[in-house]
Design a protein around this ligand. Structure first.
Ligand SMILES: [Zn+2]
Length: 310
């Protein structure tokens, strides 16, 4: 992400996306801080996966992504994304320098590009390479398009990388100093948004499968501990999270019971229809995504996005 200019340019061109960097850059406030997220990118983090999937991001851009370079195709595979990757420094999955035993006449840069290409290849991406007109000798980029969605299970990704390189991605870390980073990063806001998504998803499935409404205290009881921990720092607690997902769950102020929302209420209002502003559906429709009967509304009628299906 660097200084964030690329994010700013893409957003200005109408693409919706997010620039992520480990450290906040001063330039961000210039471009609009809401476009960026200060976050340590751990490819294993389910929070990161949820952030990508729940926002329906479909392209990961690794612009001089350093230690993350070999990881981006893996992360993209797991999160159903395509990739733009511009490798610069040579890092392996372990976060250490990439070393090859190959002593032919190729440069280290060429060998590293071959390595990245091999990773993309065994993860079944369609691979294209391009030479960027940038003032750098490391100007080769990859454009990776995922082809076979059905074979992108975690097990299969793990097995392929293990068989090819002897790398166990479940035990490798992009950054060996991961534990030294400030833990305050974990509570950055957009990250909490995706924890909210996971909480709502959990309760949605629970109510659906047990076919009964919940009180707030029962909801706290059934939620996994990690979620309850996160909720302690959220002003208004679980109730406010539920109220911010009215399109999925309904909290009745009289009976104090949580139920599934009536999906008919999620239709686009006349006001939204007549608004001259272009309307982007950014939140996924829970009924379309997770309910066995799907959403009773058509794509056009529903105010929420009908893209992700479980
Ligand atoms: Zn819907």
């Amino acid at each position: 992400c660097g200084n964030g200019l690329l994010t700013f340019l893409l957003v200005s061109e109408g693409y919706s996306g997010l620039g992520i960097d480990m450290r906040h850059r001063r330039s961000w406030s210039l471009f609009g801080s809401s476009l960026y997220l200060e976050l340590l990118i751990d490819p294993h983090s389910s929070t990161l996966h949820n952030l990508i999937i729940s926002n329906q991001y479909n392209l990961l851009i690794g612009n001089h992504s350093d230690e993350l370079t070999p990881w981006l195709p893996v992360l993209a595979s797991q999160c159903f994304c395509d990739v733009f990757l511009l490798p610069c420094c040579f890092f392996d999955f372990s976060g250490k320098k990439f070393i090859t035993n190959n002593h032919n006449n190729t440069t280290q840069y060429e060998q590293y590009l071959n390595y990245i290409e091999k990773i993309a290849n065994i993860l079944d991406f369609n691979i294209r390479k391009d030479k960027l007109r940038i003032p750098s000798t490391k100007n080769i980029c990859f454009i990776l398009h995922g082809k076979k969605l059905e074979d992108r299970s975690n097990d299969s990704i793990h097995t392929r990388l293990f068989n090819q390189f002897g790398i166990d991605i479940n035990h490798e870390h992009a950054d060996p100093q991961i534990s030294n980073h400030r833990s305050s990063l974990i509570k950055s806001k957009p990250e909490f948004y995706s924890i909210k998504f996971s909480i709502i998803h959990f309760l949605f499935e629970y109510i659906l499968n047990h076919n009964k409404s919940l009180t707030l205290s029962t909801a706290y009881d059934i939620l996994p501990n990690e979620f309850c921990e996160q909720l302690k720092s959220e002003h208004g607690g679980l109730k406010s999270v539920i109220l911010s997902y009215r399109h999925a769950l309904n909290f009745d102020p009289k009976t104090k019971l949580i139920t599934l929302t009536n999906p008919q209420l999620n239709s686009i209002t006349l006001k939204q229809k007549q608004s001259s502003k272009q309307c982007f559906k950014t939140k996924p429709c829970f009924f379309y995504a997770f309910h066995p009967n799907s959403c009773p509304l058509t794509d056009e009628q529903c105010a929420f996005s009908h893209i992700i299906k479980k």
